[in-house]
Write a protein that binds this ligand. Structure first.
Ligand code: BES
Ligand code: ZN
Ligand code: ZN
Length: 482
């Protein structure tokens, strides 16, 4: 990965090769631009439509300095989100125009905007360039504020860690499926996560068999790379509450014998979006020393076709003894999650949250920007929605409508793995609920939309978004205070 460096200064000196961002708020510019750069300020009014005006600054034009006045009161977004996007766009402009620096003029009375500029730099400027022979030269982003940012130093350092792990999750997802398999992902994570104080245990196919994880075994047995379960534990001194995060880790979903059409297979390397989010969040939570006991469970498998792959109508037995008839091999995520959720409940935690790119039906319901949220504990649900909103990740509640449980019935087994034609996100969530102990507050997040979205989302460019990492870290912070 590459990401631009973020720095801060209290003096404004523009150089050849700079792009200057002058944010405007509600038609005014409260920053100190006019006094610092009187020669160009008059020309840097944004257009009335809410877009950015690009102006070339006097004689520096030939030296390729560009000033952009960016309105931050755009109608469908917040000033902070608009600034993240402005910084991210400026980084792209630097790449195409071969510019060296982005300078953002800010008023540091609004710390939210300083953090937004930082986020726009690190996650907005992220590039997955591992396989490029010519890696892009990324600019430096300089936030110029009237006062120094000493008071914000700690928050900025913490955000640097957070944004780094958002990008870590994106790297895991952007890696091609021939490189990231269950085996290589588990190895890579064990190597990286050991460094930040997480205890890592990996269950291989033999151990998974011994531990009666029939769902993970069934889904993974068609692939050359056998399945794995990553168990990451963080036990800080003095913490009393326990949160378990579970993430679906299908490193590639062909659909199995219920084969997806080739077009629908595009994007299915992102079918480990839940696992990437919880694994990265686990590392961030440990690095930030958030005072909560944390267990991260990531069941990993590749859903393939081969003579050893599972079939439609196979009957398998999950970790808690529930028998499941596989009526569709493409509804594989819920099978690997079932075992992991059983294990999560055995640990008797205070909360369980799972994240999974579980159903296309959830994308139909909410589109690609918003994840679905399922859970019976209203207070826990609204805490999560709020935690997401605070960091720009959107969740919308969908119902665990019990009458639809009927759709999972089958004569030959305790249940089957698909429901009827409609409400697929709901029947998938109800399937998971079968493996949760009633007394444990649980939330299921169907992140199929935002985690698999290929086109840009806000300030985040094409490819993996790392969706969910910030929300998980935010909620760990909140729950750790209880
Ligand atoms: N990984 C897919 C869900 C998915 C689809 C995520 C599109 C992101 C974009 C999942 O394993 C799947 O294939 N689900 C099926 C379930 C169906 C067979 C009941 C689906 O959504 O079609
Ligand atoms: Zn599938
Ligand atoms: Zn899947």
């Amino acid at each position: 990965m590459s990401a631009p460096v973020f720095k801060q200064s209290t003096t404004l000196t523009l150089k050849k090769g700079d792009i200057l961002i002058l944010p405007w708020f509600d038609g005014r510019n409260p920053c100190f631009t006019t006094s610092l750069i009187p020669d160009i300020a008059a020309d840097t009014r944004p257009d009335k439509e809410g877009g950015a005006a690009t102006v070339f600054a006097g004689r520096i034009k030939k030296g390729r300095m560009i000033a952009r006045a960016q309105r931050l009161d755009a109608r469908h977004t917040t000033p902070a989100d608009a600034l993240k996007k402005a910084v991210s766009d400026a980084v792209s402009l630097c790449e195409t125009e071969n510019m060296k620096r982005v300078v953002v003029l800010l008023d540091n009375d609004d710390s939210g905007l300083v953090h937004a500029a930082h986020e726009g730099t690190v996650t907005g400027g992220y590039r997955f360039d591992t396989y490029l022979s010519d890696k892009p030269d990324l600019p430096l982003v300089l936030a110029v504020t009237r006062k120094g940012l000493r008071g914000l130093r700690r928050e900025i350092e913490e955000n640097s860690i957070l944004f780094h792990y958002c990008n870590f999750a994106r790297d895991l997802l952007n890696e091609p499926p021939n490189v990231i398999t269950p085996v290589t992902l588990a190895e890579r994570y064990a190597r990286e996560a050991g460094k930040v104080g997480l205890d890592i245990t990996i269950w291989d196919e033999k151990k998974l068999e011994e531990e009666q994880c029939g769902g993970i075994i069934a889904v993974g047995k068609g692939a050359a790379s056998p399945p794995r379960l990553i168990i990451a534990e963080y036990r800080p001194r003095g913490a009393s509450m326990h949160l378990v995060l579970v993430g679906k880790g299908i490193t590639f979903d062909t659909g199995g014998y219920c084969l997806k059409p080739s077009n629908s297979q595009i994007g299915m390397k992102y079918d480990m979006g839940g696992a990437a989010a919880v694994l990265a969040a686990g590392m961030a939570i440990a690095s930030l020393e958030i005072p909560i006991n944390l267990t991260v469970l990531a069941p990993l498998a590749e859903n393939d076709i081969s003579s050893s792959a599972y079939h439609t109508t196979d009957i398998i037995k999950m970790r808690n003894g529930t028998s499941v008839q596989v009526d569709n091999t493409d509804a594989e995520g819920r099978l690997i999650l079932a075992d992991a959720l059983c294990l999560a409940c055995e640990k008797e935690p205070d909360w369980i949250i799972d994240a999974a790119t579980l159903t296309g039906a959830c994308c139909v319901a909410l589109g690609e920007d918003i994840a679905g949220l399922f859970g019976d504990d209203e207070e826990f649900n609204s805490t999560l929605v709020q935690c997401g909103r605070e960091c720009g990740e959107l969740y919308w509640p969908l119902p665990l409508h019990m009458p639809y449980m009927e759709e999972l019935k089958t004569p030959a087994a305790d249940c089957k793995n698909i429901g009827g034609k409609w409400g697929g996100a709901l029947t998938a969530a109800l399937f998971l609920k079968k493996f949760i102990k009633k007394e444990i507050p649980w939330i299921h997040l169907d992140i199929a939309g935002p985690a698999v979205k290929e086109e840009p989302l806000g300030h985040l460019g094409k490819g993996a978004k790392g969706f969910g990492v910030k929300t998980m870290v935010n909620i760990a912070r909140k729950l750790g205070e209880k």
